[in-house]
Design a protein around this ligand. Structure first.
Ligand code: BDR
Ligand code: CA
Length: 310
């Protein structure tokens, strides 16, 4: 079967880095390019971190583009307390040698999608700014994207406020553009990523790979998960962004429900909230495939097997 063409839009970020490694290790995917956005850390660092991860895995031929340096309307909120000052806390990777592409990430998205025949899936692992701006600049890309698979949202508790998950809180207006675009969306919210826990046993299996990539992944996850495990009072830290890539590889790792989803953009109290109409109270046609449950055992088996291939 031909590899599925994808673009990954991300803000590395520890879990973004693990998601990139999972994609690199997966021949089922043809990664056409990586666009980065301001999110977990500022844009200069997300653009650098994406290239550090490419170099760690020897994937220097994958082009990396920097996109938007701030959300559409709000000032940037970052998450150094989760991902560290560099965005990749736990490892000390060398400064990247591979170049950052000169084209803006938004223009790469537009040009690549417009010259496609409508087969390129977009995986978003950070705030949705780049894709929303691309849609505003060139609305015809909507008809070219078969599916956007995104990490974002919270049906129960948020992680940056009680209402909102980080990616959608950072740029709720971009999220609104996406959820009202008519593009087929598949959403991995905290409700499902908090089922995918990096327990000490799972972390040890990754560490036991004992390659440069395996060791770097274990070091990244070690710091990231222990902090979250403590904060959320769980047996391991949740692993968010790799769920998006795992879905592209093995969609039956998760269960889904089609729902109508809207984004709160007006209330300060609930800004960035994904209002998920699980019981179809609105009577509106679903616009999002919402992942609800995960087979976390099989997920970590997949992740560990794939990381061992790099
Ligand atoms: C999301 O926010 C970021 O900190 C993570 O990289 C993930 O994309 C989880 O809320
Ligand atoms: Ca992310």
């Amino acid at each position: 079967m031909a590899a599925k063409p994808i673009i990954i839009d991300c803000d590395p970020g520890v879990d973004d880095a693990i998601a990139l490694l999972l994609a690199f290790a997966s021949p089922e995917l043809n990664l056409l390019g990586i666009t980065t956005v301001a999110g977990n850390v500022p844009l200069s660092l997300t653009a650098k971190n994406a290239r550090k991860i490419c170099e760690l895995a020897g994937r220097t031929q994958i082009p990396v583009y920097a996109g938007c340096s701030r959300p559409m309307m709000r000032s940037l909120t970052t998450a150094e307390e989760v991902h560290g000052k560099t965005g990749l806390e736990g490892v000390d990777l060398p400064e990247p040698q591979m170049p950052l592409q000169s084209q803006h990430g938004v223009d790469f998205l537009i040009d690549t999608l417009m010259s496609s025949s409508g087969e390129i899936t977009v995986a978003t692992l950070g705030p949705l700014t780049n894709l929303a701006i691309a849609l505003i600049k060139e609305p015809r890309i909507a008809a070219k994207i078969p599916e956007v698979v995104l990490m974002g949202g919270a049906i129960s508790q948020g992680n940056v406020t009680a209402s909102a998950e980080f990616n959608l809180y950072v740029d709720p207006h971009a999220a609104h553009v996406m959820f009202s675009s008519g593009i087929k969306l598949t959403m991995f919210s905290l409700d499902v990523t908090h089922q995918v826990l990096t327990t000490p046993e799972r972390l040890e299996k990754i560490r036991a790979i004992a390659t440069p990539v395996g060791t770097a992944a274990a070091n990244l996850l070690g710091h990231y998960s222990s902090r979250d495990a403590e904060r959320f009072e769980m047996t391991g830290g949740p692993l968010h962004d790799p769920c998006v890539i795992a879905y592209l590889l093995q969609p039956d790792l998760f269960n889904y429900r089609d729902c109508y989803v809207e984004i709160e953009t007006a209330s300060e109290l609930t800004l960035g909230r994904t209002v998920v109409d699980l019981w179809n109270s609105s009577g509106r046609s679903p616009n999002t495939k919402v992942a609800q449950t995960a087979d976390s055992e099989r997920f970590y088996q997949l992740l560990t097997e794939r990381l061992a291939k790099l």
